[in-house]
Structure formats: structure tokens, C-alpha cells
Design a protein. Structure first.
Length: 415
């Protein structure tokens, strides 16, 4: 039997045990896992160094190496994510609706775990812990398949988590890591109907599209992040500068960073040159439209392909537009329904943007970098869903549950 099928089977075999655990038992396990990560941080960093060394030898870009890198501070942050999950209400068993029928039937709709969740993701070892914590808190077993570039880190992290789980009520088989780095292991996961209840891909567009197009197991689609910031004519220049610099520079390797800056032509005439210098000083390469180049000659000419690219790097497209409608049209053409922002002092324009832009998260006068489970108060996230079925936006605990109806009667039969 293959590793993939074997480990999915182990997860399936203990999923019924998870249903019997109470919130206290699950929280105690998560706290033990958090403590173990911190106490074993040196071992995790050593394993992570193997991945970083291999990545550099293979020519991995600096931005992707940043996503891969772990240090003591980042591990403490990851552990804190687990502790935040502990503080959050357990949605399992919540009553969502009660229906009293004329025939005396009492129908209650409650939250239940999804079952066994498969997570396929790329070079971000923090996802290993986030996914484990969120799934286990909601009573789901989880089968993880991380990117080969983070294999050493993920293997050590799961080893540490398993050791912590052995002293708790959570069965360690509820957390599985697929170590086979070959593409075939992903392809096999996509067809594990009966063992996996749902698959959630988290990564670049090619990974996500492969899962969406080829899976027979149900998929919750997370999306690539071609995110935009539109600076309107009425925008406060200081606020606009702070937001767009933050949205690109604070951590460009993540999916909620800005890839295209849209500027109202009137704002650009007064402020683009100064703003462009700020970006250049921050190490950002600018690619602009013809109108942008007229105002800042050293900007590289942008192509339509650039506007459709998620760089995850210190590269930014700049485009001038005539009005709000032009900005919204551009977002509709090139956006990935992830996170979009308008910077404006016009309440009317803000409302038109917030209502009219189709995205999981829309912002007025705030950086798109906040589209994140931790920042939204979820403790952590399983991903950012850009679809419209089941869940949308940062996926916290409630997004990892389904529902069932519990019906109480006293002998009713249907006539």
C-alpha cells in the first residue's frame, strides 16, 4: 500500500475518536503542542537550515526563501497561533437553528466536523502547524502534503507535534504528513474518495488549478493573490503612501501583498514621482503603463502579462486610471477575488468600491496585508478562500465544520 493511502487510512481510522473528545481535551493537546514547538525550536531551526541550504543550491528566489525560513521568533509566533486557537470558542456542537414542526418534530441544526481533511501546500512550514491546530480543534483528522522544499522542516515539526500529542487525549494518527516529494503523491490524494472528505489547496495558481481540475474529492478552493490598491483623487497623500508601501514592502512574498497600484491620474500628477522614489528606496522594481512612464521616466514598461502575474516579490505594477470605474474594471479583469483596497476620502466612492468589487476582502483606507486569520481574530487560518461555496475569506474554525440535523420525535410517522 502506498504511503499516501496508508496514512490517509490511519487518519480515517481515528476520526471517530476525535468526535468523542470535548473542548478541554482538544485545548490541552493544542497547548502541549505549542509548548513543544518552543522547547524544541533549536531542533526545528536545524532542520529548517537543511531546507534553506538546499533551496539556495537550487536557485530558489529570496522571496520564496523568506517564506520558508524559520527562526526562534517565527516559531514563537507559530506557537502563539495555537494558543490563540485555544482561546477561541469551539464551534463543534453549536446549535445554528431550531425548528418546531406542527406534527411535534423538533429539528435542530448543529455544527459537526468535516471528517478527514487533506491539505496540499507549498514552501511555508508555518502552515503545517496552523492546519494541524485548526483541524484538530474542530475535531477533524488531517493529512498534510507540504512542498518538497520544506520537507525537512515539516518532518521535524510533525515529529515534535506527535511527541506532544502522545501525552494527551488526541490520537497522534489524527495528524499525518505525506513525505513522498513526487507529484504522484499529490495526484493520489486528489482521488482518495472515502478516505478524505475534503481537500484544501494552499499555494500558487498552478497548484490550486491542478487540484481544482483533477480532484474527485470535494475541494475548498483557496486562491492566488493578485491584489490591488486604488488611490482615488481625494486620497490623503500621507495615508495613501503608508498603505501602499505597507501593502507591497512589509512582506511581499505572501498572497495578500499588493501586486498592482492603481492611481487616479489627478493624484498621480501631484504625488506619483515622490511615491515612486519611496518604492525604489525600498528596493521595489516598478513596471508602469505609458502614462506612468510620462511622469516617471525610469519605470519599466508594463505588459498585460505583468498585470496578470502574482510576483510575491519586490516588483510592482503601476497604472494610471481616469476614474473609479476604470479602476474597478481593471480589478475585474485581472483580480483573483482575494483582497482589494481603495484609498479615498470620498465616502460615496468608498461605498461604490466596497459594494461593487467582487473579492473575499475589500478595504477602505487600510492595507490588504490584514487579510489573515490571525489579524481577523481567528487565531490562525487554513487559507484564504476565494470561492463562494461553503467558505470565503480567511478560513478559521467555523469554516472547517459542516452541519447535520438532529430530529427528536415521539412516534411520528409520515402519512
Amino acid at each position: 500500500m502506498s504511503e499516501v493511502r496508508s496514512k490517509a487510512g490511519l487518519a480515517k481510522s481515528v476520526s471517530s475518536i476525535l468526535n468523542k473528545l470535548n473542548t478541554t481535551q482538544k485545548n490541552e493537546a493544542l497547548l502541549a503542542m505549542a509548548d513543544a514547538l518552543v522547547s524544541r525550536s533549536a531542533d526545528i531551526i536545524e532542520a529548517n537550515a537543511e531546507d534553506l541550504r538546499r533551496g539556495k543550491e537550487q536557485g530558489t528566489s529570496p522571496s520564496l526563501l523568506d517564506r520558508l525560513a524559520l527562526n526562534k521568533s517565527r516559531i514563537e509566533d507559530i506557537a502563539e497561533g495555537l494558543r490563540q486557537i485555544v482561546k477561541l470558542p469551539d464551534p463543534v456542537g453549536d446549535t445554528l437553528e431550531v425548528i418546531e414542526r406542527p406534527n411535534g418534530l423538533n429539528i435542530t441544526k448543529i455544527r459537526v466536523p468535516l471528517g478527514v481533511i487533506g491539505i496540499i501546500y507549498e514552501a511555508r512550514p508555518n502552515v503545517t502547524v496552523d492546519a494541524a491546530g485548526l483541524c484538530l480543534k474542530t475535531g477533524n483528522a488531517v493529512v498534510l502534503r507540504g512542498g518538497s522544499s520544506a520537507l525537512s522542516s515539516n518532518r521535524k515539526i510533525v515529529e515534535v507535534l506527535h511527541e506532544a500529542m502522545t501525552h494527551t487525549a488526541l490520537p497522534k494518527d489524527a495528524l499525518q504528513l505525506i513525505e513522498d516529494p513526487n507529484r504522484s503523491s499529490v495526484d493520489e490524494m486528489l482521488k482518495l474518495n472515502g478516505l478524505l472528505d475534503v481537500i484544501i489547496p494552499r499555494g500558487g495558481s498552478s497548484l490550486i488549478q491542478n487540484v481544482v481540475m483533477n480532484a474527485t474529492v470535494p475541494v475548498i478552493e483557496t486562491g492566488a493573490g493578485i491584489c490591488h490598491t486604488f488611490i482615488d483623487a481625494s486620497a490623503d497623500p500621507a495615508i495613501a503612501e503608508a498603505i501602499c508601501i505597507n501593502a507591497k514592502v512589509q512582506r511581499p512574498s505572501v498572497c495578500n501583498s499588493m501586486e498592482t497600484l492603481l492611481l487616479h491620474k489627478n493624484f498621480a500628477e501631484s504625488h506619483l514621482e515622490e511615491l515612486a522614489v519611496k518604492f525604489r528606496e525600498s528596493g521595489v522594481e516598478l513596471r508602469g503603463c505609458e502614462e506612468t512612464k510620462k511622469l516617471v521616466s525610469w519605470v519599466i514598461q508594463a505588459s498585460s502579462a505583468d498585470y496578470a502575474t502574482e510576483y510575491n516579490d519586490y516588483i510592482l505594477n503601476v497604472k494610471l486610471v481616469n476614474n473609479l470605474d476604470d479602476a474597478m474594471d481593471h480589478i475585474a479583469a485581472y483580480g483573483t477575488k482575494h483582497s482589494e483596497c481603495i484609498v479615498t476620502e470620498s465616502q460615496d466612492n468608498a461605498e461604490r468600491f466596497l459594494q461593487g468589487v467582487d473579492a473575499a476582502a475589500v478595504y477602505h483606507n487600510a492595507s490588504t496585508r490584514f487579510t489573515d486569520g490571525f489579524e481577523f481574530g481567528f487565531g490562525a487560518e487554513i487559507g484564504i478562500s476565494t470561492q463562494k461555496l461553503h467558505a470565503r475569506g480567511p478560513m478559521g474554525l467555523p469554516s472547517l465544520t459542516s452541519t447535520k440535523y438532529v430530529i427528536h420525535g415521539n412516534g411520528q410517522i409520515r402519512q
